[in-house]
Design a protein around this ligand. Structure first.
Ligand code: GCB
Length: 645
């Protein structure tokens, strides 16, 4: 705020008429305010600028996004939103690059025929939300910058309720205003966020404005470089949520890790209110319990039960009902345990080989992000056809719909945050950003039985700073969820005489050592037969990536890059090699479907696609698909054989 009292008084007294009028004007803002107010002294000018800048800062109304959004009392705000492309951010900064009070979030319209307003949401084109702008407007295919979104809606306010405004994900940086009031600023393009708008939303007409920015930056998570398309936009669902005044913000109902006849249940209310009755029902297990919250607003209980266990062969889910303060939440929850023993991964106490495939959150046939269960189902069904019991959701949190669909289909899941390649390891804000993404991913999905691994990073260059950053993330992940396995995709170091070593200080912080290797693609395939592997850690090993590119329908001999035959041989050689690596408990070849990447410009071959898919973007199977499918058949029958203890 302004520090000089007499200036302050003057400006405040001027505010109602003069400043309000100016709200309608975009470009001339500071210049014309200054003329209108006839402020001549430099001192007064500085003070006015300070006032404007400070008033642009908003109270942060962000609240934790409640878990299981789909069961809540929601009103969808998906659909047509107006949008304005703003490469110079004129809707946010004035012509001196200071945040302006009269930005696009005001949603101005001229009040008289002489008024100058140089934008109009009402006249702007519309785009479907959720979507990516790169695939919705061909002019924005390569665009990295700011796009403004606006939508009007009607709302009926009810007494005794709260209203939340929920975003499934906005890539990558979002500022949100409701009826001209800034609600907050959210960074991180793949996790949900939410505002309590109870005091901002109006009974009747409302408008919401979102400034979305997908510019890359060194200190971001992900950072400046990454091998996938930098899709921008409101990429997941937008909803209003009606809740009781004090609602269930989070809950977990899961099988005890040590005792398969015990369920651990935890409920947390939004506010720390004591003595609130919470009812928990699992009708099929004949469970009906009343719990009462403590002074933290949380309740915990252990319940004896003998549920059938969730597994890929039998992905049984139980209907679970929770009630508190007049609100009923329903979920479908699976019960299972996940653990490791030496080199083995144990699902429900039994060793299991993770027959996986890595995949991006990219929609089949049309690209852009996955926005529907149907799209998720198509991709996951391809994974099932391949013989998978597991998918690696690389390299950032995918749509919640995908995780849920995978659970119904019996696919275990590795979830990951985009700590990818050359992160700004010494930047504290970067670490906080990574933690926040990890936190929000875990909070969103910790009731899903199929999520077995939280991954904290991918292919990061070794250094002391990186070790500090990643170990801090690993420890943090355990404080958020002690029941799942922690991993990360490491790299192997090649040595003389075809020896490969996995040598990573992070081994002690993870439960599973996973690594990516590209013998046959970035390294010569003919050497695969000679390779030996030294992995000395007594932990299960997952080969989190291997593979190579082929254009679907391009044929030739196995020596010719980009042919299906080349990729097919690469897989044959790799799988034979992997069979000789000690301790391998799972694989996720790279990758299910060709995906878009700006690092893949080769014309006539890549055309902006990373071609390492076993499927083309149109869902056609390349020859290598069948090689992996055969191998997984063998792995499956080996798993089904009785094991010697
Ligand atoms: C990797 C990365 C993955 C890339 C892949 C490739 O190691 O983890 O994101 O897309 O290699 O195709 O080079």
């Amino acid at each position: 705020m302004i520090i000089i009292p007499h200036i302050n008084a003057r400006i405040v007294s001027l505010q109602p008429e003069n400043l309000m009028i100016q709200q309608n004007k975009s470009k001339p803002n500071m210049k014309s305010v200054i003329c209108n107010l006839k402020i001549r002294s430099r001192f007064a000018l500085v003070a006015l600028l300070a006032f404007v800048a400070s008033s642009a800062a908003a109270a942060d109304l962000e609240v934790t996004a409640p878990t299981n959004i789909f069961t809540r009392n929601t009103i969808s705000l998906n659909g047509d939103w107006h949008y304005i492309v703003d490469p110079q951010e004129i809707g946010y900064y004035d012509y001196r690059m200071r945040p302006t009070r009269w930005g696009f979030f005001v949603n101005a319209e001229p009040k008289s025929k002489s008024d100058l307003v140089e934008y109009s949401f009402a006249k702007a084109e519309t785009m479907k939300v959720p979507s990516t702008w790169n695939k919705s407007d061909e002019r924005l295919f390569f665009y990295e910058g700011t796009v403004w979104y606006e939508r009007d809606f009607q709302y009926e306010k009810r007494d005794g309720e709260r209203t939340l405004l929920y975003f499934g994900a906005v890539s990558n940086d979002a500022r949100v205003w409701l009826n001209g009031k800034e609600l907050g600023h959210h960074i991180g393009g793949f996790t949900p966020f939410c505002y309590d708008v109870s005091d901002v939303i109006a009974d009747g007409n409302n408008f919401v404005v979102v400034k979305v920015d997908n510019k890359r930056a060194k200190e971001n998570i992900p950072t400046n470089i990454f091998d996938w398309w930098n899709y921008g936009g409101i990429i997941r669902d937008v909803m209003l949520v009606r809740t009781p005044n004090n609602y269930i913000e989070d809950y977990v109902v899961q099988l005890d890790g040590q005792n398969q006849r015990l369920l651990n249940c935890f409920v947390r209310l939004k506010q720390p209110q004591e003595g609130v009755k919470v009812t928990l029902e699992i009708p099929e297990l004949k469970i009906k319990k009343s719990l009462f919250t403590n002074s933290n607003g949380t309740a915990r209980v252990q319940i004896k039960a003998r549920p059938r266990l969730w597994s890929p062969e039998n992905p049984v889910l139980y209907k679970v009902k929770l009630q508190a303060n007049g609100e009923t939440l329903s979920d479908e929850i699976g019960f299972r345990t996940i653990a490791t023993r030496g080199h083995e991964i144990l699902l429900n106490g039994k060793p299991v080989f993770l027959r996986g495939i890595a995949m991006h959150d990219e929609a089949p046939f049309k690209q852009g992000r996955v926005t529907t269960t149907e799209e998720a189902h198509t991709l996951l069904n391809w994974a099932k056809e391949l013989g998978c019991n597991y998918v690696r959701l690389a390299h950032y949190p995918h749509n919640e719909l995908t995780v849920r669909e995978a659970e119904r289909m019996g696919l275990m899941v590795w979830e990951e945050i985009p700590v990818y390649w050359t992160i700004d390891w010494t930047n504290n804000a970067t670490l906080e950003n990574a933690k926040r993404q990890l936190h929000d991913m875990i909070l969103r999905d910790h009731s899903r039985a199929n999520v077995v691994i939280w991954s904290i990073a991918n292919e990061t260059p070794h250094s002391v700073e990186r070790d500090l950053f990643l170990s801090s993330l690993a420890k943090y992940a355990r404080t958020q969820d002690s029941t799942r396995l922690i991993s990360m995709a490491m790299e192997v170091t090649g040595a003389k005489n075809f020896v490969n070593r996995l040598n990573d200080n992070m081994h002690e912080f993870v439960d599973i050592v996973a690594f990516n290797q590209y013998v046959g693609w970035y390294r010569d395939v003919k050497t695969a037969r000679k390779m030996t592997w030294e992995i000395t850690y007594n932990k299960p090993v997952i080969i989190s990536e291997f593979g190579g590119g082929a254009v679907y329908g391009r044929h030739g001999d196995a020596e010719e890059r980009w042919t299906e035959e080349f990729q097919e041989r690469l897989y044959e050689e790799n799988l034979a090699m992997i069979d000789r690596i000690n301790g391998v408990a799972g694989t996720s070849p790279w990758v299910l479907m060709d995906f878009m990447s700006p690092r893949r410009p080769l014309k006539g071959v890549q055309d902006w696609f990373n071609r390492k898919g076993l499927f083309s973007p149109q869902g056609q199977k390349k020859k290598a698909f069948y090689v992996v499918q055969d191998w997984y058949k063998k792995k499956k029958s080996a798993d089904e054989q009785p094991k010697k203890k």
